[in-house]
Design a protein around this ligand. Structure first.
Ligand code: DX5
Ligand code: ZN
Length: 221
């Protein structure tokens, strides 16, 4: 299934509840929440109180992207705040498998993300335990960057590996995605698409979501 996950990082923080309601009404099934600690990435965004605050104004799946060091420390707190899907970075901890298991034990979906320079192969041994894998299409830390073209090959490689091994998994792509480059990503095998600036900075976010869905549907084989 094709899923659009608008990244709140590019939304207007003075009216977050309203922003979320608009994108949900336009058909976004997930809401992407980028948590940054200023250590794992050189930026600080928002955390637990903001997520539990907006939980009340949204019914969408909360797709929480943790760009924090040693995420295991905060798994329970993010689940209690309302996360439905927790993504940790492969590079942020010693033992990603242990963190994935800790998340799944709580009945929440788990994903592992890799940065553009991290080889796709590191995900292979984990895939069977994951609900989703996230291929970063920009360097994590900031919204509004340009997609790094080589990362599209990583998406294709991962989808091929999963198919060859009979593994059903969502593949998320995140960073620099617009209506102009969406078709390459969907064609490569990504089915969960994060878009921040392309949606929230558009004059008409609902129109962009509808357009993205049309583009993705057209790619279906
Ligand atoms: C970057 C974040 C992304 C970002 C996407 O570290 O993980 O989710 O908000 O924003 P755009 O779509 O503007 O690149
Ligand atoms: Zn993200």
């Amino acid at each position: 299934m094709f899923i659009i996950s608008p990244s709140v990082l590019a939304a207007d923080f003075s009216k977050l509840g309203e922003e979320l309601q608009n994108v949900e009404a336009a058909g976004a099934q997930y809401i992407h929440l980028d948590v940054m600690d200023g250590v794992f990435v050189p930026n600080i965004s928002f955390g637990i109180p903001v997520i539990s605050g907006i939980r009340k104004s949204s019914r969408a799946v909360f797709d929480v992207h943790l760009m924090i060091t040693d995420p295991i420390r905060y798994i329970d707190a993010f689940i209690n705040a309302g996360a439905d899907l927790l993504t940790i970075h492969y590079e942020s901890c010693e033992n990603p498998r242990e963190v994935v298991r800790a998340i799944k034990t709580k009945g929440v979906k788990a994903a592992v993300a890799i940065k553009p320079a991290t080889p796709t192969e590191v995900l292979y041994p984990l895939l069977g335990e994951l609900d989703m894998a996230l291929i970063m299409t920009v360097e994590p830390g900031f919204g509004g960057q340009k997609l790094i073209p080589e990362t599209v090959k990583k998406v294709r490689k991962l989808r091929e590996y999963a198919e060859q091994n009979g593994i059903e998994i969502d593949i998320q792509a995140d960073g620099g995605i617009t209506a102009d480059n969406l078709s390459e990503l969907v064609n490569a095998g990504a089915n969960v698409i994060v878009a921040g600036s392309a949606i929230f900075r558009a004059e008409n976010p609902s129109k962009v979501i509808a357009q993205m869905r049309r583009i993705a549907e057209a790619q279906k084989k």
